[in-house]
Design a protein around this ligand. Structure first.
Ligand code: GLU
Length: 280
């Protein structure tokens, strides 16, 4: 039997909606089709936003949908030492630097790597304890550390259709996210650092996620290489747009929340039928 291990990794910061149902069912069905394993991971590394009541609701909604997962469930909040060790490894190689930029400013500055290096110099000259510190990846140093390996960076995407599975190699463009935040003062790991550690520690061979995380995958394969972790195969599913705004569904969209649909009388089979057209 070929090894196939995949996962669904929700953050307990709200209730699940149709988009989550699509992710969870796509991964669960793929594992069943491959005779593989399906794992659940609770991405509660951001303790300021995660709530136990959302985690309980997620487990209940998934069970109602008919998704079955292995026990124990990995909860990021129980593994902070893994993320600290990974950050330390990058730090020891001179690949991270402290930064005081806020998350919002970081988003606005995507792609401008040179700017972050300037901010590093400014920060190291001041007292680091004065304001919240984040640790950022120093892209320029990562590039020199990998030398010619930088050119070979990339990930394999699998596209599944009725005709079979097509594999496409995507050369990585990790500069797309700039010098990404890897940890914050109030959190030992950002989503990016935690997700690459967890996928490796859980032996994930296939990451199945929404198209919205395609860009982040370019950074993830760089982090995996720098940390000496395997790069899994990736599959991306379409996103379900909000029926009113046309934008990506958010946790605030009550109408597409699984609980609301369930209360309105929807069955798991009806949920499957609703998401079917987006599952390509
Ligand atoms: N917690 C992330 C989310 O809910 C995980 C997705 C992933 O890495 O595939 O979007």
């Amino acid at each position: 039997m070929s090894a196939f291990v995949t996962r669904f990794a929700p953050s307990p910061t709200g209730f699940l909606h149709l988009g989550h149902a699509l992710s969870a069912l796509t991964a669960f069905d793929a594992a069943s089709a491959a005779g593989g394993r399906f794992l659940l991971r609770i991405e509660d590394v951001d303790q300021t936003r995660s709530r136990p009541e959302f985690e309980a609701a997620i487990l209940e909604d998934l069970a109602w949908l008919g998704v079955e997962w292995e026990i124990p469930v990995r909860r990021q909040s129980e593994h902070f030492s893994d993320y600290r060790a990974a950050l330390q490894k990058l730090h020891d190689q001179g690949l991270v630097y402290p930064s005081r930029r806020s998350r919002r400013k970081a988003m606005a500055g995507e792609g401008s790597a040179g700017e972050w290096i300037d901010s590093m110099e400014a920060v190291t000259a001041e007292s680091l304890s004065e304001s919240p510190i984040a640790w950022r990846l120093l892209l320029a140093a990562a590039r020199s550390a990998l030398q010619t390996g930088w050119q070979g960076l990339g990930f394999v995407e699998e596209r599944v259709s009725r005709e079979g599975i097509e594999r496409i190699f995507h050369p990585a463009e990790p500069g797309r996210l700039g010098d990404a935040i890897l940890a914050r003062k109030d959190s030992p790991a950002s989503y990016h650092l935690a997700v690459v550690c967890d996928d490796a520690l859980q032996g994930i061979t296939h990451v199945i996620r929404g198209e919205d995380l395609r860009e982040a995958t370019h950074l993830h394969c760089l982090l995996q290489t720098l940390l000496g972790l395997p790069v899994p195969i990736y599959r991306f599913h379409k996103l379900i747009p909000d029926p009113v705004t046309g934008r990506k569904l958010s946790k605030r969209d009550g109408a597409t929340g699984l609980r609301a649909l369930r209360r309105a009388g929807a069955s798991p089979a009806e949920i499957r039928a609703q998401i079917h057209e987006f599952s390509g």
